[in-house]
Design a protein around this ligand. Structure first.
Ligand SMILES: [Zn+2]
Length: 656
């Protein structure tokens, strides 16, 4: 809910924006004598952002309904999302480190690079603290946190003086409440970040229990303590106008709420509570976003919108050409929303798309690439393809685009693979023992046995492989395929590689396994899927070795490979993904009898090697597509795997 007072202030802000526009139009300084716009003194516009770690949106609403969060309930509350857009360059883990860094920079992980909760990571994006200081060095900032890692991630800002007062309360939320209250009452700060941790700590400990509701109530009371301090301050500083935002950094995993970190609707869903009248980005989410994943969650505001909102309130403007903030302001004038970029490798171009909330009126819309204006369009246009990328190297590049409408810039850091296709090396035929090209058949081009369906009489189905040929399409209607193996038992040195595609929906699901996957210790190897990540498992009947969590982009072809060196007892595992690049992991097999990795001497595709994994009630069977399944009796180098992934060509091109 919004107070009458805040609405009046909002009107003042709109007039002030107009005043600035007029000033700019006159070259600054002299106002047209005929009009008398109100000139806002932005030095009196201040902001308090209150973080409530791990407070789940639905559980907050429950607390509000029960009268247990009256302070947060006094604000306008809107659903929002964290974790970026899954499968795009903005996707980030729903952990606190990436989340708070997005909240304090307005950028996603492809800008800030804080990928985890590692306190050694340093934000690589400009922070709100730096933005405030650079706008006016006399303005003062504070960051007072319960989870100390936040101030570690912004240690550079502290060292450079962008944060005047940085305090770590080491999981003592009352310390935060008391210090921030003091800073509000007696300090002279323009921007304060306060962070409370209790909802997250309680969630990890006991999940969604009455204690979790009590933690929400406790933190809401501490938010109330800050609001009381602010009211007391405003008795002495009636001319100040404070924006207050309350926000969590992530949701929690269903059903029990103990964990978070993954890309699920519940973990991605967050909220933003604000004490000001907000614009359509806050109050009118799109019901039909371009990416309809997670029940349309992407139509909502995001945690990246908080920094631009603080900037709008505090009158901080940046040059639109060098603008590098992904979020959209939630208050004041709106530019474009829902900005995305999609690179096309073949066409060597990047296509930007966006949405505009109001009816098109011919207003100018300007696009900048890395500081240079590349297009002047109007607000009736929703798409632009940048084909003028000749100046870029033939490699994967990050390109910053900013789109400006109504003098409000919004940016997107696009990733484009501009590498030219290179032919596959003929040396890949060396040691190539099995090759299933899946060109409308299940034959082995190296004269081994064909792949066969587990169920007799099931016809295999084939479709495009994205490389100019065909691929094997497997879905949940059939119980996968099997492949007899002669390589792994004969050689302790081997490699397996293939193209794979899945919607990322199923979990605990073998993609390719020569073992009974009911237990990770059972003899053999399994490459398995868990949502949109790949797991590699090795067992010898007694012990196991694993590597979990190399991510992949749903619905895109990715290259999966492993190379086992039985002599040095190590395995290298790879996931080549056009969005994430070639990811590599290393697995130590020193504790395993590598002779047992031959497992059941038969592979299951979209099944384990028993053919009965799903019918025994394990895992979620789903849709998987396979192409160019190859097994070598030698250890492929990383360079060879990188070539298979990046060439964009089938092994058929080598006439095997
Ligand atoms: Zn947590």
């Amino acid at each position: 809910m919004l107070t009458r007072n805040s609405r009046v202030k909002y009107r003042g802000l709109v007039l002030a924006t107009l005043a600035v526009v007029l000033l700019n139009a006159c070259g600054g300084g002299e106002l047209n004598a005929g009009s008398q716009p109100v000139v806002i003194d932005y030095s009196k516009h201040k902001a308090l952002v209150i973080g409530v770690d791990g407070m789940q949106y639905e559980k907050l609403l429950e607390a509000v309904a029960n009268g247990r969060a009256p302070n947060i309930a006094s604000f306008g509350i809107a659903k929002s999302y964290i974790g970026g857009v899954a499968g795009s360059v903005t996707e980030q883990a729903t952990y606190s480190g990436p989340g708070w860094t997005t909240i304090l920079t307005g950028g996603w992980v492809n800008r800030h690079k804080v990928t985890s909760n590692d306190s050694k990571l340093r934000s690589q994006a400009e922070s709100i603290f730096q933005l405030v200081k650079n706008a006016d060095v006399r303005r003062r900032t504070a960051s007072i946190v319960s989870w100390d890692t936040i101030n570690d991630n912004f240690a550079r800002d502290i060292a450079l003086g962008y944060i005047d007062r940085a305090e770590k309360c080491s999981e003592d939320d009352q310390c935060v409440a008391d210090k921030v209250s003091g800073a509000l009452r007696f300090g002279d700060f323009d921007f304060i970040f306060a962070h409370f941790d209790e909802p997250d700590l309680t969630g990890h400990e006991v999940g969604f229990t009455p204690a979790y509701q009590a933690a929400i109530e406790t933190v809401d009371a501490q938010v109330g303590q800050l609001l009381t301090a602010l009211q007391q301050r405003q008795q002495d500083h009636a001319d100040e106008d404070w924006l207050v935002i309350v926000t969590p950094d992530h949701g929690r995993a269903l059903p029990d709420g103990h964990n978070h970190g993954n890309q699920t609707l519940s973990e991605k869903t967050t909220f933003i509570a604000i004490n000001k009248a907000a614009n359509a980005q806050f109050s009118a989410p799109f019901s039909d976003p371009a990416d309809k994943g997670f029940n349309g969650l992407y139509g909502n505001a995001t945690q990246a919108d908080i920094v631009p909102s603080v900037m709008a309130h505090m009158g901080i403007r940046r040059n639109p050409d060098s603008y590098r903030i992904d979020g959209v302001p939630l208050i004041g004038e709106l530019g474009v929303r829902q900005l995305t970029a999609q690179a096309d490798k073949q066409a060597r171009s990047v296509t930007l798309q966006w949405r505009v909330s109001s009816a098109p009126s011919g207003k100018p819309l300007t696009i900048y690439r890395d500081g240079k204006q590349i297009a002047q369009l109007s607000d009736s246009v929703n798409e632009y393809t940048d084909s003028d990328l000749q100046g870029f190297e033939d490699e994967v590049v990050d390109i910053n685009y900013s789109v400006v409408l109504n003098q409000v810039p919004v940016a997107y850091l696009a990733r484009a693979d501009l590498g030219r296709p290179t032919p596959l090396s003929p040396a890949l035929l060396d040691g190539l023992a099995h090759l299933h090209l899946m060109e409308n058949d299940l034959l082995d081009r190296r004269a081994g046995p064909p792949i066969a369906p587990w169920e007799n009489g099931v016809a295999a189905s084939f479709g495009s492989d994205g490389l100019g040929g065909l691929a094997l399409y497997s879905d949940s209607a059939i119980s996968g395929y099997r492949l007899e193996d002669t390589v792994l038992s004969a050689s302790p040195q081997f490699s397996i590689g293939f193209w794979f595609r899945s919607g990322g929906q199923q979990s605990d699901t073998p993609i390719l396994a020569n073992k009974d996957y009911a237990n990770g210790k059972f003899s053999g190897i399994a490459i398995a899927q868990w949502g949109n990540s790949i797991r590699f498992n090795f067992g010898d009947g007694i012990a196991r070795a694993d590597l979990d969590g190399l991510g992949f982009t749903p619905d895109q072809w990715v290259y999966l490979a492993l190379a086992v060196d039985g002599a040095s007892r190590t395995a290298q595992v790879y996931v080549g993904d056009s969005v994430r690049g070639l990811q590599q992991g290393s697995v130590n097999l020193a504790g395993l009898d590598v002779g047992k990795l031959a497992g059941l001497r038969r592979f299951g595709l979209n099944e384990d090697a028993t053919g009965s994994y799903f019918s025994r009630g394990y895992g979620d069977k789903g849709k998987m597509d396979f192409n160019d399944l190859a097994i070598w009796n030698r250890v492929l180098t990383k360079k060879e795997i990188a070539g298979l992934f990046s060439s964009g060509q089938s092994l058929a091109s080598l006439n095997p």
